[in-house]
Write a protein that binds this ligand. Structure first.
Ligand SMILES: [Fe+2]
Length: 306
């Protein structure tokens, strides 16, 4: 397996899809991540409503989904990016793969990683890219996401806290089921004591981490502005897990208390058979009706909730 072309270095001998792991990379030298280019990208993505931002009043325990409303950043995208040192803001350029130029970057990075990932976690799809530009000391509140994620530090320093995807002390099975079913993170409840259970990365340019799907995480920026990029994807296993979580949420709606994804293999197999067939039928009906497919089998992530 030729890994020389990859921009990201992963210890493939120890790589496991479910395990948080440190990585290294060379993206701080990439021309598309120069500051001027990022401001231009910000202008283009603003037109496509692919920008998310909150002010530095947001803390670890701020509800992630509501952070932009609870702590709005009043400055424009360009003002924020050009004055990020003073802006007291966190800004994310979302779904950069919608931009043709940056789609090539997403493909370059994830394409380089794919041979290693495929060996143990096949079915890469729903590729996405995210660029975070952050003022000194701003915080990314505690949350989780559906995708597997390679998060890579390009400029500045930040502290990344990541918790095991199976740690039900920091995120209950119910919180995960609800998130997969309706993208709500309202059952996540931050406690400062969680820090002791986290895997902590003190990220500098060239450093990064692999975070498996639904690993809770929280990020504290350092004393200088920072640029961080994330490359995300689904695999056959994440699609299967997501389906099971959604099925469990349906069971909860019927007053049942499922044991949690992965804890009862017979139940999981039954749920996959039933709910998997229903999901396939729903997709088929949308296709026949000529409606746009928002399937998790799309090659690239769809613009929407995040
Ligand atoms: Fe995240």
């Amino acid at each position: 397996m030729d890994m020389k072309a990859s921009l990201v270095d992963v210890d493939w001998d120890s790589f496991e899809p479910s395990r948080i792991q440190a990585v290294r990379h060379r993206l701080m030298y990439h021309p598309l991540l120069r500051f001027y280019e990022l401001v231009e990208l910000g202008k283009r993505l603003e037109l496509r409503r692919c920008i998310r931002s909150h002010g530095s009043g947001a803390a670890a325990g701020t509800p992630f989904n509501a952070a932009p409303d609870l702590h709005p950043n009043a400055r424009s995208v360009v003002d924020t990016l050009q004055d990020i040192y003073q802006a007291q803001a966190w800004m994310s350029l979302l779904n950069v793969q919608v931009d043709e130029t940056y789609r090539a970057l997403v493909d370059e990075v994830l394409g380089g990683l794919k041979p290693g990932i495929d060996r143990v976690d096949p079915g890469m799809g729903y590729r996405g890219g995210w660029i975070f530009i952050t003022s000194p000391n701003a915080v990314t509140p505690f949350h989780f996401d559906k995708e597997h994620n390679f998060i890579l530090q390009v400029q500045g320093r930040k502290t990344l806290y990541v918790w095991d995807r199976h740690d039900t002390f920091v995120a209950s099975d119910r919180a995960r089921d609800r998130f997969h079913a309706c993208h709500e993170r309202d059952l996540l409840d931050w406690k400062d004591a969680f820090r002791e259970r986290a895997k902590v990365f003190h990220l500098e340019p060239g450093m990064g981490a692999y975070m498996p799907s639904t690993s809770p995480h929280m990020v504290e920026n350092g004393e200088a502005p920072s640029v961080t990029v994330s490359f995300t994807y689904y695999t056959d296993a994440t699609r299967r897990d997501s389906l099971l979580h959604r099925a469990n949420e349906r069971l909860r709606g019927l007053g049942l208390e499922p044991p949690g994804v992965g804890k009862n293999k017979v139940l999981d197999a039954c749920l996959l058979a039933g709910f998997g067939t229903a999901a396939t039928v729903r997709d088929g009906i949308r296709r026949l009706a000529g409606k746009p497919m928002r399937s998790d089998r799309s090659p690239y992530a769809c613009v929407g909730r995040h």
